[in-house]
Design a protein around this ligand. Structure first.
Ligand code: ZN
Length: 300
């Protein structure tokens, strides 16, 4: 169920896509707008509508030329990422005051409004970048814009995903969200009569974060194929065990009992499809095994 179907007055389409609008404002322009305008909404303080800007000491390039060039490149990059981009100017022929620029952003219902400038200094050895953003102290911005957002973050949030590329390749990603750092060992398996797979074993779970430290730790890593927390086999079946803020799995229906890390080995070795994986899981009662300092886990 989708709770919000509009954000900022714009609809999320049927595919669940909402397009952010970015307004880019390349600073200054070729024809300086003459005269003055209020410093901010409702202000009696006046400032110049625009200035000529600066220019490159070595290059002689005017700021308005550079900012337009940068904005056009940024526009291309943002569009590639799915943004709608509105420019306050696409050439340098017309004068443009700050108020006109701000109005263009409001009209476009901008989610982000980026004003691009280049600073000048007579010392050509100086370089760097400066970002200015609106803060609570800005007297022209309504305090309503600064709502406090409370998010209840879970204590644990391992995550995993899998995706299929257009050419059929399957990719898998996962993050560990454990209290302690862990070394991860990449485990390749080629079981007789089973599927080849690649998986990760979190070595902290067998107290072997530094396997080379002792013979005992080295030997402990021999159990790696049976303590994996995630992996994918040659059929593209992937599986991960996630530490989440919920009760640990402990099924009890009288079936043979199996731990989660062994389930991962079983699925990777024997399942060619998700259906086959579920079928295999149905034959067992599963209980959480991995992670001594993981209070809970769930099969994801
Ligand atoms: Zn400027």
């Amino acid at each position: 169920m989708r709770v919000n179907t509009t954000i900022q007055g714009r609809k999320i389409n049927s595919k669940g896509i909402w397009t952010p609008v970015v307004v880019l404002d390349p600073g200054h322009t070729g024809v300086v707008a003459g005269g003055y305008e209020p410093l901010g909404p409702g202000s009696s303080e006046m400032k110049a509508k625009d200035t000529s800007g600066t220019e490159g000491i070595a290059t002689g390039v005017a700021e308005y030329q550079l900012t337009l060039k940068v904005a056009k490149q940024l526009s291309t990059a943002l569009k590639k990422q799915g943004c709608k981009v509105v420019m306050t100017r696409t050439n340098s022929k017309n004068p443009l005051s700050c108020i006109q620029r701000a109005k263009a952003a409001n009209k476009a219902k901008a989610d982000a409004y980026l004003r691009i400038h280049a600073n000048g200094n007579s010392n050509s050895s100086i370089n760097g970048a400066m970002t200015i953003c609106v803060t609570k102290n800005n007297r022209f911005v309504s305090s309503k814009l600064y709502k406090t957002v409370h998010i209840k973050a879970p204590d644990f949030g391992c995550s995993a995903f899998t995706l299929q590329e257009a050419d059929g390749n399957v990719l898998m990603g996962r993050n560990y969200d454990f209290k302690r750092d862990t070394s991860a060992m990449l485990v390749y398996c080629e079981p007789k009569g089973g599927y080849k797979s690649v998986a990760f074993a979190a070595l902290d779970n067998i107290s072997a974060n530094t396997p080379d430290a002792s013979m005992k730790k080295k030997l402990a890593t021999l159990t790696a194929p049976f303590i994996c927390l995630d992996g994918m086999n040659e059929k593209g079946v992937s599986i991960a065990v996630l530490t989440l803020d919920s009760e640990p799995v402990h099924q009890n229906t009288g079936k043979p009992v199996i731990g989660t890390t062994l389930v991962i080995r079983l699925i990777l070795d024997r399942a060619a499809t998700t259906e086959e994986a579920v079928e295999l899981l149905n034959q067992y009662d599963m209980f959480a095994t991995s992670g001594r300092d993981c209070p809970s886990e769930k099969l994801g």
